[in-house]
Structure formats: C-alpha cells, structure tokens
Unconditional design. Structure first.
Length: 205
C-alpha cells in the first residue's frame, strides 16, 4: 500500500508538541512494516536551516479566490522514492515559528492551512505519486478530504485515493472568521453545519 502522511509537523524535522512525535513514530512504524510510506510538510525556515534538502525542480500554482500562490517541491533525498516532501512557499511558511508568536497566532493561518492541503494534492499530481491513502493529521490538513472529493475527484492520479483523518488534540479546531471562506476556494453551499461552518465561523476540523 502506498501511503502519504500529511501533517504540519513531524519529528525529526520540526516539532511544537505531541503531533510531531506521533506523526514521526507512525512513519517509522509503517516503514518497519514494509509499507511504501512518505511524509509531506510545509517547508519552514527551521527545516531549511537544519536539514539538507533537494529541489525537485517541480512547482505548483494554486488559485484561492482572487489569490494565486506558487510553491516549490523539495525532498529529503534525491532517490527515485524520497522519504519526505516539503512545500516551499516562503510567503506562508518561512517564519520563525510554525503557527504564531508570543503575541498570538499568525493572522493569515486560515490562508496558510487552506493552501497547504491543496499543495499536498498538487504535489501528488506533479510528482505522480498516486497514493492509495493520504493520512491527514489535525486541523491544518482538515480541508484535504473535502478538496479531494470536489476539486480532484476526477484527477487520474487521485481518483482512487482514500483519506484518513486523525484528530490528535480536539482543543485545537482551526476556527476562523467566515470571511476567510474565500481562501478555501469552496462555494458558500459548503458553509453549513453539515459542511465547514461552526456557529457562524469557519472550522477546518
């Protein structure tokens, strides 16, 4: 089985809490079971500074509402089947902290983590990965299953891909103002309690 683990943090690359520990441990456990498993993360500045990475020469362009952003794709090694992939969008991820500073969360987190799930799927296409399962972890990847069922439902690299969503900490929901709906690229018909609306706000989890 071909598995892609999508997360906002994972050891050994970057860590703020237990999510990174569990994601990293799962990766190694699945490899120990001889599964074809890889990892994809945002390319934060701390990863750039501490690990030797390789530029695949591939990039993706993603339009969210009236905003278009590009990202490069880097890998942990230059073999035909790299262990890890990294989404390189300096505007969004090349920052000293992952989610915010001592003064509070980054004000564009809604954009940062609507872009990342789209970039994961676009990376699958650009790198011709065809994963059987994408394992999504916490709210930072919460929109990925919805994107897969809508924007990518007929894509030949993804149409047979299933998703698994793991909640590691229910205390962190990824709740944003309704105006941030524009970053998701989704129609307002999805802004319902059965969709991604939560008491008048947007909820990525």
């Amino acid at each position: 089985m071909k598995i892609l683990i999508a997360a906002s943090e994972a050891v050994p690359y970057v860590k703020t809490g237990g999510l990174a520990d569990v994601t990293g441990a799962l990766l190694e456990e699945l490899r120990g079971l001889k599964q074809d498993v890889s990892l994809i993360l945002p390319l934060y500045s701390s990863i750039k500074d501490n690990f030797k990475l390789y530029n695949t020469g591939k990039s993706v362009n993603i339009t969210m509402g009236q905003l278009t952003k590009s990202a490069g794709i880097w890998t942990s090694d230059d073999s035909p089947a790299p262990k890890s992939y990294f989404v390189d969008c300096a505007d969004l991820y090349d920052r000293p902290e992952l989610y915010g500073t001592a003064q509070g969360e980054y004000p564009d987190n809604a954009l940062r983590f609507s872009f990342f799930p789209r970039a994961v799927l676009e990376t699958c296409i650009a790198m011709k990965l065809k994963p059987d399962v994408i394992h999504c972890n916490d709210w930072q990847t919460g929109l990925l299953p919805l994107y897969l069922r809508t924007f990518y439902s007929k894509n030949r690299y993804l149409m047979k891909t299933a998703t698994l969503f793991t909640i590691h900490n229910l205390g962190y929901q990824g709740i944003f103002e309704s105006a941030d709906m524009k970053y998701t690229g989704m129609g307002w018909n999805y802004f319902t309690p059965e969709g991604i609306e939560f008491y008048g706000k947007l909820n990525y989890k």
